[in-house]
Write a protein that binds this ligand. Structure first.
Ligand SMILES: Nc1ncnc2c1ncn2[C@@H]1O[C@H](COP(=O)(O)OP(=O)(O)OP(=O)(O)O)[C@@H](O)[C@H]1O
Length: 345
């Protein structure tokens, strides 16, 4: 979801361009969104910070007329024989799905009406990526319609590494060049220290890839075809270039060339620059990255629980039917469903 500052910037720009004091310069502006989904990300932000970044906290919100969409098209397109599924999802998103009284508002018990429950990671991987040893025999469409999602980057990396080991083929390792942005800091931060940093949203210092595996872009390279979040399938690994087939978005099926680029992390106190391919392996991705995507088969790893508003709702609503999603849960089937009620009022 967009930060309210972005929308306010568009408002000011349109007022300037049209020399008008009216909201959005007098133009009808259509927003599409669902406040049950994850809200803008605020690094190390509190609940109040997140709510402040939300469009609902903007002065523009009072000028917005609300129209409600009533059909879950993802479920509808699926033939939706499980008519209860869309209603269950809405209840979960609003935090009114019956939950056990465990002393917290957030505990919820998941059952087969929302997905097939599994209790170990191997079963989850086998359900989503069966016969992964023969991955190369599959068409790119086989890969683009499935994914494993999880709330945290560390779990996503663990799953990606596990699946990578099972895929046949030679590993090519690309090492990044890390430098401090201010040369005077060079004495304080040795090269090895910079290499050891692994901030979210940045590729690792040692990026290990194999031909035939799916990757995700971490930066906008050539919108609208190659954006942050676009998934691609590696075709060739050259020394200074990755050749890959785009598998999601408007240019699915096209070949793309990815160069190394300099990237500066925004949420670290140490200003440094990493020269690396802006990609990471994407058998698994975070729930936040999966928002907006539609899959035919999804695995949801909830060994580490959801920690912010809307994550569980987004994870469980990527497919159109519960028999197309597998949920990895602790044995009591209880997990956390964080809902900020103030975002829904
Ligand atoms: N009117 C429609 N007719 C046919 N298919 C539709 C229609 N609206 C949406 N879809 C399909 O439903 C799926 C979900 O649509 P879309 O991604 O636009 O929804 P969304 O609200 O952005 O989803 P989310 O925010 O949950 O990711 C897509 O596969 C899309 O092609």
């Amino acid at each position: 979801m967009s930060h309210r500052a972005h929308v306010e910037a568009v408002d000011r720009t349109l007022k300037d361009l049209r020399s008008s004091a009216n909201v959005m310069g007098g133009i009808t502006f259509v927003f599409a969104g669902d406040f049950r989904q994850t809200l803008p990300v605020v690094n190390r932000g509190t609940r109040a910070d997140i709510m402040k970044a939300c469009l609902k906290s903007s002065h523009l919100w009072t000028s917005v007329q609300h129209l409600n969409l009533r059909t879950n098209m993802r479920a509808h397109l699926h033939g939706n024989t499980h008519s209860n599924f869309p209603q269950q999802l809405l209840k979960l998103g609003e935090g009114i799905l019956p939950s056990l009284n465990l002393g917290t508002d957030y505990a919820v018990t998941l059952n087969e009406s929302l997905g097939q429950i599994v209790y170990n990671l191997d079963s989850l991987i086998d359900a989503i990526y069966p016969d992964i040893e023969n991955l190369h025999q599959n068409d790119f469409r086989w890969l683009c319609c499935r994914a494993i999602v999880s709330p945290r980057n560390e779990t996503v990396n663990e799953i990606n590494n596990l699946i990578m080991q099972k895929v046949p083929g030679e590993v090519k390792c690309y090492k990044s060049i890390d430098t401090v942005t201010n040369i005077e800091d060079a004495v304080h931060y040795p090269q090895e220290f910079l290499n050891s940093l692994n901030p979210a949203g940045l590729p690792p210092h040692e990026l290990s890839l194999k031909v035939g595996t799916p990757i995700m872009l971490l930066r906008n390279l050539r919108p609208p075809n190659m954006c942050n979040g676009t998934r691609l399938l590696i075709k060739e690994l050259k020394d200074n270039l990755i050749v890959a087939k785009i598998i999601t978005g408007p240019a699915a099926g096209e070949l793309a060339h990815i160069p190394r680029i300099p990237m500066i992390p925004t949420d670290l106190p140490i200003p440094f620059k990493r020269l690396q391919f802006p990609v990471k392996i994407s058998f698994a991705l975070t729930i936040n990255k999966s928002q907006g995507q539609t899959f035919k088969l999804v695995g949801i790893d909830l060994r580490k629980e959801c920690f912010t508003h809307g994550q569980l709702y987004v994870a469980l609503s990527r497919v159109g039917a519960p028999d197309h999603q597998y949920i990895l849960l602790p044995e009591n089937n209880i997990t956390s469903n964080v809902v900020y009620r103030e975002a829904l009022q």
